[in-house]
Ligand binder design. Structure first.
Ligand code: G16
Length: 542
């Protein structure tokens, strides 16, 4: 039986950088999830009889919302729902499934790297038929709808068994429960030289992969250990838990510190990596070297042709604006296009669909290619492994040679988390107000060449996205960027991105924070971070 249930709108369902993210108790309010799901369906057209893919990162509340999505998909007229077994699908695996099944779209339940549990974070995002995050036009329409919604449709179908694979009749449509790993692993086999990787592990190559008790555990076990023969125990924390074992499943130097310490210690494995809550981010640490996400993008792009899936070369590279310019130098050398987009994977979709870019990446630990339309943590790890296998060198050697060829972009991000929203906005407003007066002035002996609020003109659809981050560019190529995060769930997070280009190989071995010290002070001088936020140091430095 299909019911139409009356509801009242919530005013706070505006999707952020990647879908709607809120605390679990917010999602548990009456009709909160239903309102948002219905608003998504109402903003779409033409899905009658078509397929919807559903899955999530296994965090607390995942199963409950999957049941709601199935019941509402039945009531709203979808013809088939494809669900990851146990409600599990990594974000890149969901993207792949949408594309492979020619689905109308998919709902991915995740708050990514944010912590999980009854009082932590939850999220819902919609991905379109290309497998990529809903573009801004659609997220705006979803938000507009959520503000005026008066009812939603739901079918009384009872609890669907999510734990057994197979196709079942539910409320007159087909619900198919699929192995979350199989199609994704098959895709990886088409891109990388699995024989070479098996030989690498057979030769004694040791690796550590930290799944952080999040969604990539089953994927890493299957691909690294079962298919590639890496030693048992290569994947650590591989059982997805509803609260990620009480940790932030955020693969950075703070939250993956255990891995970092192991990789820097004596007897370190040859290669270390980690992924996040929903499997789209990656952390790369070679023995004795952390590779920044910006550098990783550049190094992967420079060597991608060594993997079978990319042997024809790259069409172009894209990076988000705050990501360092390291990849730009690779694009220049390869003679291919380089695109600078706002933060948010959704901005890469058009470039990938149009065949203008093959590899994309962001400073926020995301790298991916045109094989799906999301960033992909394990993909980045496998591409690194393929490159290591072919070159027969360590990550540290590859990085050092890369910097000799292209120069080194010293890079760091300083985050000030859970700042009062008004104070964070005041900082940004004050910065905006003085942008016009900054060029030509000097701070700490460094001359400001230009200053602006980044705006993006999409070369494919002509859309314009304004106010995407404040850039202060110094003569010589150094820069400081200020931006407020769009993924937090309490207060505001101020991100300060700091970058300095160093062409001289004799100066490539400096400590990153020391190499950036002047710029860090200049950022404080320009923005008054301490007085605005009341903080005397960042909460996280990556
Ligand atoms: C999301 C987006 C990324 C973005 C990141 C950080 O990642 O998909 O494109 O770079 O957020 O965004 P912000 O700086 O606004 O917090 P994820 O892994 O959280 O889905």
């Amino acid at each position: 039986m299909i019911r139409t249930v009356s509801t009242t709108p919530y005013g706070d369902q505006k999707p952020g950088t990647s879908g709607l993210r809120k605390k679990v108790p917010v999602f548990q309010q009456q009709n909160y999830a239903e309102n948002f799901i219905q608003s998504v369906f109402d903003a779409l057209e033409g899905f009658a009889g078509k397929t919807l893919v559903v899955g999530g990162d296994g965090r607390f509340y995942n199963r409950e919302v999957i049941q709601k999505v199935i019941a509402m998909a039945v009531a709203n007229g979808f013809g088939r729902v494809v669900v990851g077994q146990g409600g599990i699908l990594s974000t890149p695996a969901a993207s792949n499934l949408i594309r492979k099944r020619k689905a109308f779209g998919g709902l991915i339940l995740s708050a990514s790297h944010n912590p999980g549990g009854p009082h932590e974070d939850f999220g819902i995002k919609y991905n379109a038929e290309n497998g990529g995050p809903a573009p801004e036009k659609l997220t705006d329409a979803i938000y507009a709808r959520s503000k005026v919604i008066t009812s939603y449709k739901i079918a009384d179908v009872g609890q669907v068994d999510l734990d057994h694979t197979g196709t079942f009749e539910v409320g007159g449509i087909k619900v198919e429960i699929v192995d979350p790993v199989a199609d994704y692993a098959a895709l990886m086999e088409t891109l990388f030289d699995f024989d070479a990787l098996r030989a690498l592990f057979k030769s004694g190559f040791r690796m550590r992969f930290d799944a952080m008790h999040a969604v990539t555990g089953p994927y890493a076990k299957e691909i690294l250990e079962r298919r590639l023969g890496a030693a048992e125990g290569t994947a650590r924390n591989f059982v997805p838990l509803e609260d990620f074992g009480g940790h932030h499943p955020d693969p950075n130097l703070v939250h993956a510190k255990e891995l970092y310490d192991e990789m820097m210690g004596p007897n370190a494995p040859d290669f270390g990596a980690a992924s996040d809550g929903d499997g789209d981010r990656n952390l790369i640490i070679g023995r004795g070297i952390f590779v920044t996400p910006s550098d990783s993008l550049a190094m992967l792009a420079a060597n991608a042709h060594l993997a079978p899936g990319y042997k024809a070369g790259l069409k172009g590279i894209a990076r988000s604006m705050p990501t360092s310019g390291a990849a730009d130098r690779v694009a220049e050398k390869l003679g291919i296009g380089m695109y600078e987009t706002p933060t948010g994977w959704k901005f890469f979709g058009n470039l990938l669909d149009a065949g203008m870019a093959t590899i994309c990446g962001e400073e926020s630990a995301g790298t991916g290619s045109d094989h799906v339309r999301e960033k992909d943590g394990l993909w980045a790890v496998l591409l690194w492994l393929n490159i290591l296998a072919v070159r027969g060198e360590s990550a540290k050697e590859i990085a050092a040679k890369h910097w000799v060829t292209y120069g080194r972009n010293y890079y760091s991000r300083h985050d000030y988390e859970e700042v009062e929203t008004d104070r964070a906005n005041a900082l940004v407003d004050a910065l905006r107000a003085k942008l016009g007066s900054l060029p030509g002035t000097s701070v700490r002996g460094m001359k400001i060449a230009s200053a602006d609020d980044f705006a993006y003109n999409d070369p494919v659809d002509g859309s314009v996205s304004k106010n995407q981050g404040i850039r202060i560019l110094f003569e010589g190529g150094s820069r400081v960027v200020f931006r407020l995060s769009g993924t937090g769930t309490s207060g505001a997070t101020l991100r300060v991105y700091i970058e300095r280009y160093e062409p001289d190989p004799a100066r490539h071995g400096l400590d990153t924070q020391a190499a950036l010290a002047d710029l860090i002070k200049a950022a404080e001088d320009i923005a008054g971070i301490r007085s605005h936020t009341g903080r005397d140091k960042p909460s996280v430095i990556t």
